[in-house]
Design a protein around this ligand. Structure first.
Ligand code: 4NP
Length: 157
């Protein structure tokens, strides 16, 4: 049984496809990609079918991997298809939790920053959409720390 992880943000073009790429890159590098199914989705429908934002794609290339995800909207079916639903901010959290139909579905949903082990770490992954490439680079650095913490948490459980 694969560990199924869904990264969720608002538009599914900036943060969550980058989070998907970061986690895939990590498990590829450790030779464990066969153990995981990793995907991403947005709570909004604005960017269905779109490639990730060019700045997320640039940051990925700068770090040695490519993003080829096409935007899709989060649906209730995702609660059935995934074990871990990792969201980027409180707005994503409330939008996803509104669609949950049971406590079991609710417990699958977590802020990805929960896995950041640094004291006084940021509580959300800020939306870089109106920012610059350096904001996307900062998102990347934060996502690496969160994804490392997430993979560590799986070892503990
Ligand atoms: P994301 O960023 O949620 O990280 O993909 C956004 C992308 C697009 C929009 C908002 C946020 N938008 O309003 O189109």
């Amino acid at each position: 049984m694969k560990i199924k992880v869904l990264m969720v943000c608002l538009g599914n073009i900036c943060r969550s496809p980058l989070a998907e790429g970061v986690l895939k890159d990590m498990v590829n590098r450790s030779g464990h990609s066969h153990l995981y199914h990793i995907d991403s989705a947005g709570t909004a429908s604005y960017h269905i079918g779109d490639l990730p934002d060019h700045r997320s794609r640039q940051v990925a290339i700068n770090h040695g991997f490519k993003l080829s995800h096409l935007g899709r909207q989060f649906t209730r079916e995702d609660f059935k298809n995934f074990d871990h639903i990792l969201v980027m901010d409180e707005s994503n959290l409330s939008n996803v939790l509104k669609l949950a139909r049971s406590a079991d579905e609710e417990t699958k949903v977590k802020l990805i920053t929960k896995y950041d082990p640094r004291p006084n770490h940021p509580l959300i992954v800020f939306d870089p959409y109106y920012g610059e490439l350096s904001d996307f680079e900062n998102v990347y650095e934060q996502l690496v720390i969160c994804c490392e913490g997430f993979l560590e948490s799986l070892k503990e459980n």
